[in-house]
Design a protein. Structure first.
Length: 575
C-alpha cells in the first residue's frame, strides 16, 4: 500500500531536494540522514501514528510529544503535521505537573515519547489529568535508505487544513497559554525568513537550542529544511564542545575530536550562549583557539544571529573582535508572531541596539504609549524634541491565529484596524523608530527606511520615575559596558516619592569585583560615578544589589523580572 502525504509546502520542499543530500547530522555520533530518508520516515511515522490512534483520521487533534533534539524529533514533528494534526512540543526538563497542564490545556489526544524520555512520559501519564491521552513510543531511527517506498502526495492542497503547531508561552505573568500556529502561518513565517536571511542548500546550521520555542523550531528546523540546508544537532549546549566542532574543519585530521567536519556557515543562538563562547575561548588549547577564530570569521560563517533576549553591546563588540569582523545580526520575534523585525544581511545594516526593519509579509505600526495615536513616519519626535515611544503592533499572515481555548485572552491582545484590513496584535513591547545614516543601502528591498530600537516590555521594562520614562534595556546596556559587571537586570520598584525608582541587580566580574575606591568591593557609589557621563541622572539606578552565581534565566536566556523583584526586593513589594 502506498504511503501518502498532504501537499504541505514544507513536505513538498523536502521531496524536491536532492534525496541523497544530507538533511540532519548528529554531531557527537557523526550519524547522517538524507532528505530522501527523511521524507520516507515521515510518511511511515504518519501511518504508525494513525494506527496507534485507532481512528480513520486525527485531523485537527493535538498530539503532544517528548523527543530529544535530533532526527527523531524532526520526523515526529513533521509526521504530526502530515497527519493534519497540531503538534505540541514539550520539554523533558519541565516538571511532570507542568507537562500535565499542557496536555490538559491543549486537550491532547496522544502523547508520543522517545525511549529516552519514556520514564518521564509514564510519570506524566500517572498524574491527574482531565483527559488521558493515548501513549505511544516513537520508533528510533538509526539511519534509512533513500529508496522510493511508493510514496505519493495527495492531489488536494492541504495547506489551509487544520494542522500546525502549538507552542506554549513562558507564563511569566499568568499560566502558560497555547499559541496556535496553523500550517499557513508556519508557511508564511518560513518563507519570510527564507527571503530575508537567504538560507540555501549550501548552509550548514549548528543547532544548539531547545525545541519547545519558536527560535529553535521555525528559525532552525523548518526554514532550513525548506531551503535544503543541513542541520547539525549539538544539544545540550557545551561551550568547549561547540568550539571543538566549529574548529574541526580547520584542524589537521588527527587533532579533531568530532566526526563531523563540514564547516558551519550558520549559527543562531541567544546572547547567553555567545557570552559563554566568548568567555571560554581563551581557555582552549592554542590550536583550537586559532581554528575557532577562523571558523567564525566572515569568510567561513555566513550568518551569526542573536535573539530571544536583548544583545549587550559588549557581547556584540567582543564577538566581532574575536571573529575578525563578523557582526551578530539582531532580530525581534515572539511565540505569537515568529520573527517580525530583523537587521539586514549587509554588515552596515546591523546597527548596534537595533532590531532592524519589518520582515517580508509583516506589517508593523507603533502606537504612542501616551496618546494611543499611531506614530507615522517622520513624526517620531514630539514637540519637546524627545523620541516618541510606541507599542509595536503587528499584522499579516505570519501572526498566530489564537490562544488555544482562551477567547478572552485572544480578544484582549488584538485590536481592530481602522482600514478594514484586519486586526492588529498588541505585542506589549515598546520601541522607538529612527533613520540611521548609512543603513538601509543594501539590495534587500524590505530593509529600508527608519529602524526599530526595542525599549523593553511595556509591563516591566518601561519605568516611570518622577515623570520621566526610563528604558530598562538602555540602562542595562550601559551597565554591561562597565568592565566590573558580567550580568545586569534593571527593574522598577514602587516609590512613594517617584512613583517608581530604578534599581539594578548585577553579577560582578570576579577579576574586577574589588576595584571599588580604596580597593573595596565595587558598589553603588562606584556605579553612579561610572554612569554619570553615560546616562541622565534620573536613569541611574537608585538601588544596586550584587548577587553571586548568575541571574536566573529560562532556557532561552530570558529573565523573569517580576519574579526577580519578588526574590531580591521582597521588602519593597506592597502587601
Amino acid at each position: 500500500m502506498a504511503s501518502t502525504l498532504p501537499r504541505l509546502p514544507i513536505l513538498e520542499a523536502i521531496a524536491n531536494h536532492d534525496p541523497k543530500s544530507t538533511a540532519v547530522i548528529h554531531s557527537l555520533s557523526g550519524r547522517t540522514f538524507t532528505y530522501g530518508s527523511l521524507l520516507n520516515d515521515i510518511a511511515e511515522a504518519k501511518d504508525r501514528l494513525l494506527q496507534a490512534s485507532n481512528r480513520n483520521s486525527i485531523e485537527g487533534e493535538r498530539v503532544a510529544f517528548l523527543v530529544e533534539n535530533g532526527y527523531d524529533y524532526i520526523v515526529t514533528l513533521l509526521s504530526i503535521m502530515a497527519s493534519r494534526s497540531i503538534a505540541v512540543p514539550m520539554s523533558a526538563g519541565f516538571p511532570a505537573s507542568e507537562l500535565q497542564y499542557i496536555i490538559d490545556n491543549s486537550d491532547a489526544m496522544m502523547l508520543l515519547s522517545s525511549g529516552k524520555f519514556q520514564g518521564k512520559a509514564e510519570e506524566v501519564m500517572k498524574g491527574e489529568m482531565n483527559r488521558e491521552p493515548i501513549f505511544h513510543l516513537v520508533e528510533k531511527k538509526l539511519g534509512a535508505s533513500v529508496e522510493d517506498k511508493n510514496l505519493k502526495f495527495e492531489s488536494a492542497d492541504a495547506e489551509a487544513g487544520t494542522g500546525g503547531m502549538m507552542l506554549y508561552t513562558s507564563g511569566t505573568t499568568n499560566r502558560p497559554k497555547g499559541v496556535l500556529l496553523t500550517q499557513s502561518t508556519l508557511s508564511a513565517q518560513t518563507s519570510s525568513l527564507l527571503e530575508a536571511w537567504r538560507y540555501s542548500p549550501n548552509d550548514h546550521l549548528l543547532h544548539v537550542l531547545p525545541l519547545h520555542h519558536i527560535h529553535g523550531t521555525v528559525n532552525a528546523i523548518l526554514t532550513p529544511l525548506l531551503a535544503g540546508s543541513t542541520i547539525e544537532f549539538m544539544f545540550p549546549f557545551n561551550a568547549r564542545a561547540v568550539w571543538e566542532r566549529l574548529a574541526a574543519p580547520f584542524l589537521p585530521l588527527e587533532q579533531r575530536t568530532t566526526r563531523s567536519s563540514e564547516k558551519i556557515t550558520f549559527l543562531t543562538a541567544v546572547p547567553t550562549i555567545y557570552n559563554r563562547l566568548l568567555s571560554s575561548h581563551k581557555d582552549l588549547p592554542p590550536e583550537i583557539e586559532k581554528a575557532g577564530r577562523e571558523a567564525v570569521s566572515p569568510q567561513n560563517m555566513r550568518l551569526n544571529i542573536s535573539g530571544s533576549a536583548a544583545l549587550p553591546t559588549p557581547t556584540k563588540a567582543a564577538w566581532s573582535d574575536l571573529s575578525g569582523g563578523n557582526v551578530l545580526l539582531e532580530r525581534y520575534g515572539m511565540t505569537e508572531v515568529g520573527m517580525a523585525l530583523s537587521c539586514g544581511l549587509d554588515f552596515g545594516d546591523r546597527v548596534d541596539g537595533s532590531v532592524g526593519w519589518p520582515l517580508p509579509q509583516v506589517q508593523v505600526k507603533l502606537v504612542d504609549t501616551e496618546t494611543k495615536e499611531v506614530i507615522k513616519e517622520s513624526e517620531e519626535i514630539d514637540e519637546s524634541g524627545k523620541e516618541r515611544e510606541g507599542e509595536i503592533q503587528l499584522r499579516g499572515p505570519t501572526i498566530f491565529t489564537e490562544y488555544w481555548n482562551n477567547p478572552k485572552a485572544t480578544s484582549e491582545e488584538f485590536v481592530e484596524g481602522d482600514d478594514g484590513k484586519g486586526k492588529w496584535f498588541k505585542t506589549g513591547d515598546v520601541a522607538i523608530r529612527r533613520i540611521v545614516n548609512g543603513a538601509g543601502k543594501s539590495d534587500q528591498p524590505w530593509a529600508k527606511g527608519p529602524m526599530y530600537f526595542i525599549q523593553g516590555r511595556k509591563s516591566v521594562d518601561i519605568i516611570k520615575t518622577g515623570g520621566e520614562k526610563v528604558s530598562a534595556l538602555e540602562v542595562e546596556r550601559e551597565l554591561l559596558s562597565l568592565p566590573q559587571i558580567a550580568e545586569a537586570a534593571v527593574v522598577g520598584l514602587p516609590s512613594d516619592v517617584w512613583g517608581q525608582k530604578v534599581a539594578a541587580v548585577v553579577v560582578l566580574n570576579p577579576e574586577a569585583a574589588d576595584s571599588g575606591r580604596g580597593g573595596k568591593k565595587w558598589g553603588p557609589m562606584d556605579m553612579r560615578r561610572a554612569l554619570k557621563d553615560k546616562l541622565a541622572n534620573y536613569k541611574i539606578p537608585q538601588e544596586l544589589k550584587v548577587i553571586e552565581g548568575g541571574l536566573p534565566r529560562n532556557a532561552m536566556g530570558k529573565i523573569n523580572k517580576k519574579g526577580l523583584i519578588k526574590e531580591i526586593f521582597p521588602e519593597q513589594i506592597p502587601n
